[in-house]
Design a protein around this ligand. Sequence first.
Ligand code: CP
Length: 384
Amino acid sequence: MSPPADVVADLLAEHDLDALHGRSLLTTQEWPVPDLDAARSLARALAALDRRGVRTPLCPDELAWAVFFDQSTRTKSAWAGAASRLGMRPVIVDGSSTQVSHGETAVETGAMLGMNAHAMGIRHDLILGEGNSFIRDVKTGIDDYLAATADPRRVPIVNLQCDIDHPTQTMADLLWMEDVVGDLAGRKIAVSWAYSPSYAKPLSVPQGLITLLTRFGAHVTLAHPPGYDLTADTMAAAESNAAAGGSFRVVDDMDEAFADADVVYPKSWGAYDLMVERVAANAAGDNDGLAQIERRALDRNAEHNDWICDERRMGLTAGGEALYMHCLPADIGSEVSPGVMAQHKVNVAREANWKMYVVMALIAGAKVPDVAAVLTSLEQEANR
Ligand code: CP
């Protein structure tokens, strides 16, 4: 029997992991491509070790605090799984149970959490213009506190979905795409709106996808019905990213986006004008108004209930065999047909599994000096 291979050193050799030290991930657009590459390679190294049972307790007994101002299954689980595998203690708190709901500011909240935590994750995705700003203010609060007290701890912030981006999701998506189709350069990817009767979903996943995938030479087509625009900033970023290679176009026909695509990512999001209307109703604490906007959003979605990823549409893709992707949860029977989901259910779970390793990489990369040497040594020890 051949001895176990040293995969970690190979995965990490070409990357500047020092660039990740002390870093927070608030949007992928702010990170240079080599740093995104380094983080994904670190995620691959951590996954390789974890999947063969090699423990990586790189941050023993430290506190990994995450606060969620919206529901989550996968991302909470990814945070807890990542922190536990790094030897940290994960704590996940419902945002509505914090004093933020009594008006404590994000900066103050950040200072209080920064005293005690060693890494922090935040989901704040429901209201346009608020979530990413909230995360930045928390970071300011933490950084100011640590600087004022000469506290040397690194407390990275991980955006676990905001109004602009869902970077741990899209990095996981990118890892899974690379697993299946390899280098994205020249690949055709359809990011399409799909019908949902369940709720007006945030814009951050499609925005995160168009801004990230256009940086890797892919031909990205965004498809949505009229009125389901994304924010002007993320559209401009996608267009500018694509100018360096690949392409970015917008169509209002799901079939056109699917035609000859190598990868399809059909998911729902809320109509733009209603997402904007929500901002004022939320600021006024107008819960009846918010409920009424939500009903109108679902009525609007229902006008496009033929936007489903079904067997016919999958047949339009490259060889009829495009990689189907979804961040989950998917509305089965609305966003995707039961048959298509049944065919791809293991694949979407494997896509989701990458998020835990992305979170591990972000925390370990930010906090552990010379992380490549530490992981290489753990692997060599396991191989002896
Ligand atoms: N895709 C995703 O972020 O799932 P959760 O909302 O369950 O975390």
